[in-house]
Structure formats: C-alpha cells, structure tokens
Design a protein around this ligand. Structure first.
Ligand code: SAM
Length: 345
C-alpha cells in the first residue's frame, strides 16, 4: 500500500475541486505536475485500484483473461493505476507491450515511469499508433483496451473516438464510478458495443440493457469494492477520506468487460440460460432478503425468503458470493438461487 505520510495535500485539494466540478467534460488537462500525479496515485487512484482488484478477482475466478499477445492500451491513463492492476492480475508477459494515452503529457510520463519501475521488461509503445484513425485497416498487433474513470470527462467528439477505438479492441476492460449517471452512461456504451463483442461482465445476456426501460429509470448497475485490511484504521487514510469527502468502507463501481466476438471463445464458458446478476447490495431482513436481479427478461426486484434458502440469506448479510446465480423466480419471489461461482464464504 502506498505511504501517505508525505502527501501533497494542496495538490489533492485542487484535484478535488476539479473532480467536483464534473461539468468539465472536454476541459483542458488538469494535471499540473508530477507531485499532483503522485498525490493522486497514492490516494484517489489507489481507491480506484481496489475497484479494479474486485473486478479482476471476479474475472480470475471465472478463468477469463484478455487474449495473449495483445498490446495493453490504457486510455485516459492518469497516473496509470488501471493498466498496472491489469498487468499485475494477468501477468505482464501476457501482453506484447503497454501503450499509455492521455491528453496530458505529464500523466503519460508519470504512468510510463511507474510502469517501468513495476514491469521493467515490458515494452512501452506509442499510444498514438492505436488511438489515431482506428478505422484504418491493419492495426497490428491487436490491443486490449483499458478505460478507468474517463467517460464523464469526454466531450461528445472524444467519446465517439473512444467508442470507435473500443470497436477494434480484442478485449475491453472498463470501470466507471458506480453512480446513477456514470453507470447508465457505461450501460449505453455497452449497448453500442455489443454488436461486435461478447459481453463478459456485468451482463449474463445480450439483450438491450433493461436500465433503459422507463420503469427502471431509478435503477443503476453498480457493485461495491472493499478496501484492503488496515485502511480503515489508518490515520492517514482516515484523514484523506475526511478531506476528500469519500467513504472508505466500500467503493461503488460500474464495470464493462468485452471480448471481440470474432475471436475464438476463451476459457470462460457462456452463462447458462436463466443466469442472473444481482446488482448493488442485497438488503437482508430477518425473514428474507430483497435483491435486484438482472437477467435476459429484464430487471426484477425479488424476495428470497429464509425458508427457501436459509444458508444463502445468511451469507448475503455477511459474505455474499460472486453475485452471479442460476436463478429461478416468478418476477417477485426467488424459487431457487444457485451461485454460479463458489468463493470461499
Ligand atoms: C479521473 S482521471 C482517471 C485517471 C485514471 N484512468 C484512473 O483511473 O485513475 C481521468 C483521466 O482522463 C484524461 N482525459 C480526459 N479527457 C481526455 C481526452 N479527451 N483524451 C485523453 N485523455 C483524457 C485526464 O487527463 C485524466 O488523466
């Protein structure tokens, strides 16, 4: 874990003000210098890293990995946390190289230097090769696109360019904040990319995202990542959380993982019919749990009674399994819920 004892607090205050003024889509680069990037990397980016850890944990449990031999392209890399987490999870040797893209040259330099320290044998490539004219033929080698907390900063034209890039990616790993707006924004990206890509996460189906049905306007697709042990007792982290106005107990995130449909299917088997993902956090009451499940039939608010599955209701309160289930329900009540992937719980 990073050492927070010598943080540049004034740089963090300036960044916080920038992040709060979220209307700044299309604004000029805001990284002032390496000190601001270092302060961000140790704090905000580390929190984002916990979200990546949660998603990557799921992907590893499901035996999914991006295609070997691809270049890892981290778009909007900032201090480079997302690319580094993905490299650590799958092994740097899986990738043909790392390309870092950001409209801030300071960010690219910082992320590049950090990647060199962590992965000295990994080739770094010029991101412009992949980011320019993605529609031109013959982009080689193929690439895995990583995007983390970027969407709400992009002006419409830049967003379209990123989508064009994503259409050519062999695989896409994307995390946005788990807010109502950001999650629904990512879901609209998902709907636009699903033609060419298989959906690995979060969806168990390929239907139009049910969030866009009028009756689901209040819902969003998000999950929670826990911090590593020790964070909540650390005076430096507590001070950071107070000053940044964030809750360290759990970090909400919205993920999207895709692989090119034309590529041979990798090791993750497709979800069996009837599979569902439980969104957000189930509410557990004494006699039952209430959950929001998404499957090929849409979004369903369901009750799982203790009589139906006492062990699962108990587990949902304390140590829920990966929220992927073979689920039988009648639209109101769960008849049977079998976790698709066993975690240690
Ligand atoms: C909130 S930061 C996230 C950084 C990093 N991906 C992370 O997860 O920590 C958003 C990043 O997107 C970059 N960015 C914003 N607009 C961009 C654009 N049009 N092209 C490339 N990068 C952009 C910013 O410079 C910044 O580094």
């Amino acid at each position: 874990m990073p050492d927070l004892t010598s943080l540049d607090w004034s740089a963090l205050e300036r960044l916080r003000a920038t992040f709060l003024a979220r209307a700044a889509a299309g604004a000029a680069p805001y990284w002032q210098n390496a000190s601001a990037l270092a302060a961000y990397d140790a704090t905000y980016a580390e929190r984002i890293g916990w979200k990546w850890d949660a998603l990557l944990h799921e992907l590893r449990l499901r035996s999914w990995a991006p295609p070997a031999g691809t270049v890892l392209l981290d778009f909007g890399c900032g201090s480079g946390v997302a690319g580094r987490r993905v490299l650590s999870a799958f092994g740097a040797s899986r990738f043909a190289g790392l390309a870092l893209a950001d409209h801030s040259p300071e960010a690219v330099a910082f992320a590049g230097a950090s990647a060199s320290r962590h992965f000295p044998d990994l080739r770094q490539l010029d991101a412009a090769t992949w980011c320019a004219a993605p529609d031109s033929a013959g982009l080689a080698p193929p690439f895995t696109l990583v995007v983390s907390h970027v969407l709400n900063e992009l002006a419409p034209a830049a967003r379209e360019e990123l989508l064009a890039l994503a259409r050519h990616a062999a695989a896409v790993l994307w995390i946005e904040p788990g807010t109502h707006a950001d999650s629904r924004d990512l879901a609209s990206v998902r709907d636009r990319l699903r033609e060419r890509h298989r959906i690995i996460a979060p969806c168990t189906h390929r239907e139009t995202c049910p969030l866009f049905a009028e009756k689901n306007a209040r819902d969003w697709c998000h999950f929670f990542a826990e911090p590593p042990p020790g964070v909540q007792n650390s005076p430096d982290w507590v001070r950071f959380a107070q000053r940044a106005g964030v809750d360290l107990r759990s970090q909400a995130y919205s993920p999207l993982v895709l692989e090119q449909a034309s590529a041979p299917a990798l090791s993750t088997p497709p979800f069996p019919p009837g599979s569902a993902r439980v969104l957000g956090r189930p509410e557990v009451f004494k006699p039952y749990a209430r959950l929001l499940a998404c499957d090929a039939g849409g979004l369903h608010f369901l009750e799982l009674s203790k009589r139906t599955d006492p062990a699962l209701v108990k587990r949902l309160a304390k140590d829920p399994p990966l929220p992927l289930y073979a689920l039988e329900h009648d639209g109101k009540h769960v008849r049977q819920a079998r976790p698709l992937f066993q975690t240690e719980g």
